[in-house]
Design a protein around this ligand. Structure first.
Ligand code: MF3
Ligand code: CO
Length: 262
């Protein structure tokens, strides 16, 4: 496990500010008729405009800035020309490098109006993310985070995806440890201040495996049931979890920068 100094965590927070701005621009543009390729280009513009680099593009050959995962696709959907349709759900996953540090964030959005049970999937998945983050305390164990996520999802009668997991993050996009969204409280490595984790529950409506299509990336549920994905980059600090990709984490330097329109 790579532990970061407080100054490095501030640098990661700066990467996260740009990353979040990209996701917010996408969020504002999501509507029926818009293509995921258009969303991709928008995100890329924001990241480059902020002085960052899209972290996914070229990563193991991934061809885009965003992962756009529609409906039954859990993760790693590739942006394309298909217009979003009323009633779709779409997970937008985005990563940014800035001054040598990475940030990673995802959210699943409704396109227009969605049925109540689908909204329940989105709400439960997001709630499980925050339940996990709440356990990301120094002195706790990694299994405490995993178990908290799993508990929320299984109480809803939904299914935690096993094939993909969260990860450590820092100067490289994926670092040890793996952060599963299932596990047992009280097990696994102890969380220490300076550890930064990308916590990212991936949830299906019902029990299913996840497959990968011939494009080598797109990962839908095997049964075709809907799936959602939410992610934050979270630093474990002496004061508890610091959500770097949340709104209120701008460093002083960055706030001054933006006041001057930089
Ligand atoms: N947030 C995802 C992850 O942590 C995105 C990686 S997609 C890739 O694994 F294209 F970059 F591989
Ligand atoms: Co990630």
């Amino acid at each position: 496990m790579i532990l970061k100094r407080p100054s490095e965590i501030d640098a990661m927070a700066d990467a996260a500010v740009i990353n979040r701005a990209a996701l917010e621009a996408v969020e504002a543009a999501i509507a029926p008729g818009v293509t995921t390729l258009e969303l991709n280009d928008l995100a890329e513009e924001v990241i480059l405009g902020g002085g960052g680099t899209p972290a996914f593009k070229g990563y193991h050959g991934f061809p885009a800035t965003l992962c756009t995962s529609l409906n039954e696709v859990v993760v790693h959907g590739i942006p394309n020309e298909r217009p979003l349709e009323e009633g779709d759900i779409v997970s937008i996953d985005v990563g940014t490098f800035y001054k040598g540090y990475a940030a990673d964030m995802a959210k699943t959005y409704a396109v227009g109006t969605i049925p109540e049970d689908v909204q329940r999937l989105l709400d439960a998945t997001e709630r499980s993310l925050y339940a996990g983050i709440e356990r990301a305390q120094p002195g706790n164990r990694l299994g405490d985070v995993s178990a908290a996520i799993q508990d929320v999802i299984e109480q809803e009668g939904m299914w935690v995806v096993r094939e993909f997991v969260g990860h450590g993050i820092g100067r490289t996009f994926h670092e040890p440890p793996d952060v599963p969204n299932f596990g047992r409280a009280g097990t696994g490595p102890v969380l220490r201040p300076g550890l930064v984790l990308a916590i990212e529950p991936m949830v299906a409506v019902s029990r299913t495996s996840v497959v990968v299509l011939d494009d080598g990336w797109t990962a839908p549920t095997e049964t075709g049931v809907l799936s959602a994905h939410f992610e934050h980059t979270v630093a474990i600090t002496d004061d508890g979890p610091r959500i770097l990709t949340a709104k209120e984490t701008m460093t002083k330097q960055n706030q001054e920068g933006s006041e001057h329109g930089a």
